[in-house]
Design a protein around this ligand. Structure first.
Ligand code: ZN
Length: 528
């Protein structure tokens, strides 16, 4: 920090010292105010968020680990940073099954013709260029695993439905708005009973829900049909397939229900499935890292953090396109308004968060020089909303530091943020936890949820149109301000932890989360 040249003190003494401190403090506040104003100006007048969102989400699309789209996104980000004059690189952290989604057709041919809404699960095998036509069978309610073994030959040459048929495709808030209380209560009771009965039905097969598709495949089934409804109109969660030879597809609730009822009523529906995905062997997986070198303390780090990968039925727009764009935009602005930071600014765009924080856990293992000198890391990963929650993650002095950093933030952005200090350490959920686990100050910027869990999180509807750009602008500015303040802080963030107390049930002391090793090669095949 420099003393402004206009101030000259020709004498010493306590008053002079006080004056110097006052002047320095004022100068500091003035320059902080200037940087904060410039951040607001740049984002307000020249936001790149919509352009970036369009290029990433519409152009490249979802970013499942192991897909060419993930690789393309890594390369796109490096190119963007390079164009902004920020040094960037892709660091390999592991390797994954290479796979690329292709065209999927799912059609009902009998008793009437209708193209069905469905999605091939991630990494599901293809149908090898053919459309497969077959009847459907529903997993039965057998007495026990022996009865299941006896029934199993029935799946040969058929598609097998393994999900419950939901009693309603309307979300609960819709029932709450229009149903009589009796009617809604009846539905909830019925649904709870059905869900419980279905869980028992599956467990009586003697196989886990992961192994069951593999058992069906071995018994000669032609494909597995699932429905993973996400409790909202038209929305399903789409995860990975476990089959290795036959396709697994999720069929939307409306069409799944139609097929299920037709099978049950003996109408014997026939459907045709063609999935054209490509198996690409094993491919390397990367984190994208970009850096603005520090001037005074270049070996100390302030990090921006958001996972770059996604599930792949939608566009990974709010999970975690929005976190990604927030961090990219904050970096772009910082490079313009704060090009010579006191500490080094790093951003981590992590790979394979969705399969267990793998990219960030690998970074923690591979970069002790960064982790040991980390001043703060800010991660965002719960949707498109305004940031409204920050916890101190169990660090004893987090309150002092974060309060000081937030002091520079305009009250219009800051007033709705609820802080919890010292808070408790997050054990998972997103990449900040990889850092917290080794005692490094990783913080989560918690957003308003905008129906995240039902409508966009891991769903086929996680698309560009769900982004709230005004909230994203707020978040990019807030992140840039926090990073700036953390960089400038004269004090180093102390890693003292709070006493977490004792577990009320066990009476044992609550332990700090422990470090988990990154899975460097995937996906793992289920073993039971
Ligand atoms: Zn996420």
């Amino acid at each position: 920090m420099k003393i402004p040249k206009t101030f000259h003190f020709s004498y010493t003494g306590s008053i002079a010292k006080l004056l110097i401190i006052a002047c320095v403090f004022t100068a500091n506040l003035v320059s902080a105010q200037t940087v904060i104003e410039k951040i607001v100006q740049e984002e307000t007048k020249n936001s790149q968020l919509q352009v970036l969102a369009h290029e990433l989400l519409d152009g490249i699309g979802p970013r499942l680990v192991g897909t060419p789209q993930m690789k393309k996104a890594n390369e796109w980000a490096v190119e963007k940073y390079t164009n902004w004059g920020i040094a960037a690189r892709n660091e390999q952290w592991g390797e994954w099954k290479g796979w690329e989604r292709g065209i999927t057709h799912i059609d009902m041919l009998s008793p009437r013709v209708k193209s069905l809404e469905g999605t091939q699960l991630s990494w599901s095998p293809s149908t090898k260029g053919k459309a497969i036509k077959a009847e459907i069978i529903i997993i039965p309610d057998v007495a026990d695993s022996l009865a299941f073994v006896n029934w199993l030959p029935n799946v040969k040459g058929k598609f097998v439905m393994i999900s419950m048929n939901q009693p309603t495709g309307r979300p609960d808030d819709n029932w709450l708005q229009f149903a009589t209380k009796e009617s809604f209560d009846k539905l909830k009771k019925e649904r709870t009973e059905m869900t419980d009965a279905w869980r028992k039905r599956l467990s009586k097969t003697g196989h886990s829900s992961r192994m069951l598709p593999i058992i069906l495949e071995k018994a000669g089934a032609l494909g597995v049909l699932t429905n993973n409804w996400s409790n909202g109109f038209g929305v399903d969660k789409i995860f990975n397939a476990y089959t290795t030879k036959i396709p697994t597809v999720d069929i939307a609730l409306e069409d799944y229900g139609t097929l299920y009822r037709l099978v049950e009523s003996g109408d014997n529906p026939i459907i045709s499935i063609q999935t054209d995905s490509k198996d690409l062997g094993t491919v390397p997986s990367f984190n994208t890292i970009a850096e603005i070198k520090g001037t005074e303390k270049p070996d100390e780090y302030v990090m921006l953090s958001a996972h770059f990968d996604s599930w792949d039925a939608g566009q990974g727009a709010t999970d975690n396109g929005t976190g990604t764009l927030t961090m990219m935009e904050a970096m772009r602005i910082l490079k313009l308004v704060y090009p010579n930071p006191k500490r080094t600014i790093l951003v981590g765009h992590w790979g394979s968060e969705e399969q267990g924080l793998n990219g960030s856990r690998a970074f923690v293992e591979d970069h002790p020089e960064v982790v040991s000198k980390l001043q703060a890391l800010f991660n965002q990963d719960n949707g498109t909303g305004r940031i409204v929650n920050i916890s101190g993650q169990g660090f004893k002095y987090a309150g002092d530091f974060i309060t000081r950093w937030l002091a520079a933030v305009p009250s219009s952005m800051k007033d709705s943020i609820k802080t919890t200090f010292p808070g408790t350490p997050g054990g998972g959920g997103s990449d900040y936890a990889s850092f917290v686990a080794v005692g490094a100050p990783g913080f989560s910027l918690g957003a308003l949820n905008w129906s995240y869990f039902n409508y966009t999180w891991h769903t086929n509807r996680d698309t560009y149109d769900k982004i709230i750009f005004d909230d994203l602008k707020n978040n990019a500015m807030l992140t840039a301000m926090l990073v700036y303040m953390a960089c400038e802080d004269n004090a180093t963030f102390p890693r003292d932890k709070v006493d977490l107390g004792t577990n009320k049930v066990t009476g044992q002391p609550i332990q700090w989360p422990t470090q988990v090793k990154a899975m460097r090669k995937g996906p793992l095949a289920p073993t039971n």
